[in-house]
Design a protein around this ligand. Structure first.
Ligand code: C2O
Ligand code: CU
Ligand code: CU
Length: 509
């Protein structure tokens, strides 16, 4: 197919020879959280957002004295050979408004075909970066779409090439999108953005390739970066609205503060909830998911306190090589957070504490479904095939199949068919021994209930999502409706599983 680096063949009877990894402390930590760079709007017209986004190789010095070759998104101004891409390892933030017409000129300067997928956004199918719409190396295309009313939320963009999504994302290609509403009740709140990505760095500074365990369980490097930084410092001196993205391939973020402090959730993938979820001490963000949180400054007059924003232990039941499962990985510190008391707040007129409205917006139910769809996750491991020397396909090991409805993704096949405008109930059943985050393109959906061990639990609140975790043996039921004709993808958002076939095509007629 295309020219691409291959993984060395596996020696018989051995697991993947994991390259020596850079020690965690080799990467400096403790710097203030870098702000996301913003993609500048080149249009002066009202309601229009126009920009250029280039995907290109670009080396950054992460380990002192060593260059790490990333693939990064940059704007048109940073495309001259050798010019630095200024800012953290995350694509620039695309900050737009409901009603905007967005026009992105995409230039592919990678050695592989690529495209931009607008994760979670209601863009027309032919603008949504399907694997069937690649932009070849050296080629350019324009993505054009208008953001409808009600689409405000926290989204992201990343490549989606057939069997190469995991690699392009782990090399650095992923960026945040915010769509804002004119009547956002939290518009006045100070915002903080935490774009969490994964990095697996070899000792020599190279980005480590996937080994067998990465393919099986999804890749998790030794680093969870926030806005491209390891364990940055965050000072919260005012009540803040946080937007958090899980843009890692496979790491589950069970978000919590080490001192057990409470926070509120005000939004999911597709924007605000109807009312805040108060007194949370933790929130699970599966790969691909986003959330909006309210994080409070220390009470007036109280002393400052420090704590750690942590991804707590989550047992997603990673598979061991032969059988059984691996122990869950230990908790991982994402950021050091200092909660300052209002006294330290600089600048008169800066409001420290804010009251959160009881009602954020109306989230209407989609209504009674008139059609049913069934999605079944399954997997098959052929150990003999996995260990045959040279048994790999574009760096992907042979013998490992991740399937939807009994088959691995085939670009020539339609998995399911839907009718435009019809409310559907989808049952997503996980018949494997590990968690898989289900993701559907083109629209937001509502989780109706989750059934585990014969007990169905109705979802306690209405919310718009595009990604939902499905535990082993669990069936999650969602209500959804597609509003545009064309091809949509649905898949596990552990990107290695997606590349290994846990993806289906939905034809909307
Ligand atoms: Cu974020 Cu089809 O993916
Ligand atoms: Cu998507
Ligand atoms: Cu999966």
């Amino acid at each position: 197919m295309h020219d691409m680096p291959d993984m060395p063949p596996m020696p018989a009877g051995k697991t993947a020879p994991s390259a020596a990894l850079a020690p965690v402390h080799a990467l400096p930590s403790g710097a203030p959280l870098p702000a996301l760079r913003k993609l500048a709007n080149q249009s002066r017209e009202r309601g229009a957002f126009r920009a250029t986004l280039v995907a290109q190789p670009h080396a950054l010095e992460l380990l002192p004295g060593t260059q790490t070759p990333f693939w990064l998104y940059g704007d048109a101004l940073s495309t001259a050979p050798g010019s630095p891409i200024d800012g953290p390892i995350a694509g620039p933030l695309i900050d737009v408004r409901e009603g905007d017409t967005v026009e992105i000129v995409f230039i592919n300067r990678l050695p592989q075909p690529s495209m931009i997928h607008w994760h979670g956004m209601p863009v027309p199918p032919e603008q949504d970066g399907n694997p069937s719409n690649p932009v070849e190396p050296g080629a350019t295309r324009v993505y054009r779409f208008t953001l409808p009313r009600g689409s405000a939320g926290t989204y992201w963009y990343h490549p989606h090439p057939h069997m190469l999504t995991a690699e392009q994302v782990y090399r650095g290609l992923a960026g945040p999108v915010i769509v804002r509403a004119a009547d956002d009740p939290l518009a006045e709140w100070p915002e903080r953005h935490l774009f969490v990505t994964d990095l697996k760095l070899a000792a020599d500074g190279a980005i480590a390739p996937n080994d067998m365990m990465d393919w099986m369980n999804g890749r998790e490097g030794q680093f969870a970066l926030v806005n491209g930084a390891r364990r940055p410092r965050i000072a919260v001196a005012r009540d803040e609205r946080w937007r958090v993205w899980n843009a890692g391939s496979a790491r589950y973020l069970r978000l919590m503060f080490d001192d057990g402090r409470r926070f509120e959730q005000v939004g999911t993938d597709g924007g605000l909830l109807e009312r805040p979820r108060r007194d949370l001490t933790e929130l699970l963000l599966a790969p691909g998911e986003r959330a909006e949180l309210i994080v409070r400054a220390a009470a007036d007059g109280s002393a400052s306190t420090r704590t750690v924003l942590t991804a707590g232990v989550y047992d997603r039941r990673k598979m061991a090589m032969m059988h059984g499962s691996l122990p869950p990985e230990p908790a991982c510190a994402l950021a050091d957070v200092e909660f300052a008391s209002g006294v330290d707040t600089p600048g008169a007129g800066t409001q420290v504490h804010r009251a959160l409205p009881q009602h954020l917006r109306t989230v209407a139910s989609l209504g009674e479904p008139t059609a049913h769809k069934s999605v079944v996750f399954s997997e098959k491991m052929d150990m003999a095939a996995m260990h045959r020397p040279g048994a790999s396909n574009h760096g992907m090991p042979a013998g490992m199949s991740f399937m939807i409805n009994g088959a691995s993704y085939d670009p020539a096949r339609v998995t399911l068919t839907s009718r435009r405008g019809e409310v559907e109930l989808w049952s997503i059943e996980n018949r494997t021994d590990m968690d898989h985050p289900f993701h559907l393109h083109g629209t937001q959906f509502q989780v109706i209930e989750r059934e585990l061990e014969g007990v169905a639990t109705p979802e306690p609140f209405l919310a718009w999502r595009d990604t939902v975790n499905v535990q082993p043996g669990e069936t999650v039921r969602i209500a959804t409706m597609q509003s545009m004709r064309g091809e949509r993808m649905f898949h596990c958002h552990i990107l290695e599983h997606e590349d290994l076939g846990m993806m289906g095509a939905l034809k909307v007629t």
